[in-house]
Design a protein around this ligand. Structure first.
Ligand code: TYD
Ligand code: MG
Length: 407
C-alpha cells in the first residue's frame, strides 16, 4: 500500500476528566498506550494520577492503582484528603511484576497506574530491584501486556539529579508517551508537558496549582501570573510568551545595582537562561552604550515559570533599560521579539496568538518586531527594528552617563 491508501484514522481517547492532563495527552488515554510520567519527588505525580484514575472510574472505566512506594492505607489516606471519599479505584500494594500482571489479568482494568516503575522487580531476573536492567525489563513487560490486552498503563518514574528519567533513559524508548511534571518548590504552580508523544502533539502545556484539595487545573494562567502585579515599578514589563502552543502573559522583573570598585558584577537569572541574559547585557553594553559592566543585574520571571524561547529577549532588554534608568514602563504595554547581536529585533513565531492574548487581558499597546504580520486584535502595534527604537518608543532614556569613566 502507499501512504495515501492507508486511512489515517484518529486514535480514540478516553478523557480522564482532568482537563489539563487531557490537553497534554491530546484528548485522553489511548487504549493499549503506555505513558511514563516523570518528575521530582513531592511534585504531585501520585496526586495527579489518583485524581485522574478516580475521574476515569467515575465515568465507568475500571481502574487499578498499583502502589509500590506507599501502602494501600497511605494511598487511601491521600484519596480522603483529596475529597475522593467514595472512590471505587482499586488499589494493589505490590512490587513483584508477575503478581501485578496476574492481578491485571484477573481484574481486566481499562487503565493501570504503576507507582513507581522503579519499585517493580521480576522474579525472572537476577539483577537487584531498582537496577537499570530490572526497571527496563519490567517496563518492557508491562508495555507488551498493554499492547496485547489493550489496557492503558501509566508508569510513574523518578527524575534523577541530572534531570533524566531515573537511571534508564531507555525507558523513554519503550513507552509511547513521556510526560514531565515540573514546578518550583516554592510555588504552587505545576507544569505538565509531553517530551515524546506517539499519539499526539508535544506542544501542549498543562498547568495546575497544588492546593489543599490536590491539583487544580489553571485554565487562565495569564490572569494568575499577572494577579499580584504592582504597576509603576521600574524594571518590570509584561511579555506574551509561548509555551508550546499556549500563550502565557508573564511579568519579567529586573533589578540593577551599581557596583563600587573592582567587584565583578553579579548576574542572576531566574526562570530565564543565564547565557541569554549575559548575551543581551553584552548587546546593551556594546550597541546601546549602557553601563552593564558596572551593575549587578537580577532578572526573574514572576510566578515560577521558565521561559525557554527567545521571544522574551526584547522584553528583557527593555526591563534592564527601565531598571538602569529608574523609569517605569507604561503598565498597559507588552513587548516581544528576538534580539540579535547587532541589537536588531527579529520576528518570532505566532505573533497573532501572543497579541490576541495580550488584547484579551486588556493591554493596549504592543512593541513588536517591524516585520510582524498584520493581525486582527484590538491592540495598537508599535513596530521596531532595533532595541534602541523600542526604547525611544517607550520614552526610556537608558542610563545617561554622568562622567565619561562611567563606561
Ligand atoms: P505527591 O503526589 O505525593 O508527589 P509525588 O508522587 O510526585 O512524589 O505530592 C506530594 C506533595 O503534594 C506533598 O508535599 C503534599 C502536597 N499535597 C498538597 O499540597 N495537597 C494535597 O491535597 C495533596 C494530596 C498533596
Ligand atoms: Mg508519589
Amino acid at each position: 500500500a502507499t501512504l495515501s491508501d492507508i486511512e489515517a484514522s484518529e486514535v480514540p481517547r478516553t478523557p480522564t476528566g482532568q482537563e489539563e492532563l487531557d490537553r497534554v495527552l491530546g484528548g485522553g488515554m489511548v487504549q493499549g498506550g503506555v505513558v511514563l510520567i516523570g518528575g521530582d519527588p513531592g511534585i504531585g505525580k501520585s496526586t495527579l494520577l489518583l485524581q485522574a484514575m478516580d475521574g476515569l472510574q467515575r465515568s465507568g472505566w475500571n481502574t487499578l492503582y498499583v502502589t509500590g512506594e506507599e501502602s494501600g492505607a497511605q494511598v487511601a489516606l491521600r484519596s480522603r484528603r483529596l475529597g475522593l471519599d467514595k472512590s471505587q479505584v482499586q488499589v494493589l500494594a505490590e512490587t513483584q511484576l508477575e503478581k501485578v500482571l496476574a492481578t491485571v489479568d484477573k481484574l481486566q482494568p481499562a487503565v493501570v497506574v504503576m507507582d513507581s516503575i522503579q519499585t517493580v522487580y521480576s522474579e525472572q531476573l537476577t539483577s537487584a530491584p531498582g537496577s537499570v536492567a530490572q526497571v527496563r525489563e519490567c517496563a518492557a513487560h508491562l508495555t507488551r501486556a498493554a499492547k496485547a490486552s489493550g489496557v492503558s498503563i501509566v508508569l510513574v518514574g523518578h527524575v534523577t539529579k541530572e534531570g533524566g528519567l531515573a537511571g534508564p533513559r531507555v525507558l523513554e524508548h519503550v513507552v509511547d508517551t513521556v510526560l514531565q511534571f515540573e514546578g518550583d518548590r516554592h510555588h504552587a504552580l505545576r507544569l505538565l508537558r509531553a517530551s515524546k508523544h506517539r499519539f499526539g502533539p508535544t506542544t501542549e502545556l498543562g498547568l495546575f496549582e497544588m492546593v489543599e484539595k490536590g491539583l487544580q487545573g489553571v485554565p487562565d494562567p495569564s490572569a494568575l501570573f499577572l494577579a499580584d502585579r504592582q504597576t509603576g515599578i521600574a524594571g518590570s514589563v509584561v511579555v506574551p510568551t509561548l509555551e508550546g502552543q499556549r500563550p502565557l502573559m508573564v511579568e519579567l522583573q529586573v533589578l540593577t545595582n551599581e557596583v563600587k570598585g573592582e567587584t565583578p558584577p553579579r548576574r542572576s537569572a531566574q526562570g530565564l537562561d543565564n547565557n541569554r541574559l549575559s548575551m543581551l547585557l553584552a548587546v546593551l553594553g556594546q550597541r546601546l552604550m549602557q553601563p552593564v559592566g558596572k551593575n549587578d543585574v537580577y532578572a526573574s520571571v514572576v510566578g515560577g515559570v521558565k521561559i525557554t524561547e527567545p521571544g522574551s529577549d526584547l522584553g528583557l532588554c527593555l526591563a534592564v533599560l527601565s531598571a538602569l534608568s529608574d523609569q517605569p514602563i507604561r503598565p498597559d504595554v507588552v513587548a516581544f521579539g528576538e534580539v540579535g547581536l547587532g541589537g536588531e529585533v527579529r520576528q518570532v513565531p505566532h505573533a497573532s496568538r501572543r497579541l490576541a492574548e495580550a488584547a484579551r487581558l486588556g493591554f493596549s499597546t504592543a512593541i513588536v518586531p517591524a516585520k510582524s504580520p498584520e493581525v486582527d486584535a484590538n491592540i495598537k502595534l508599535v513596530r521596531v527594528n532595533t532595541v534602541r527604537e523600542a526604547m525611544k518608543a517607550l520614552g526610556l532614556t537608558g542610563k545617561v552617563p554622568k562622567r565619561t569613566d562611567d563606561f
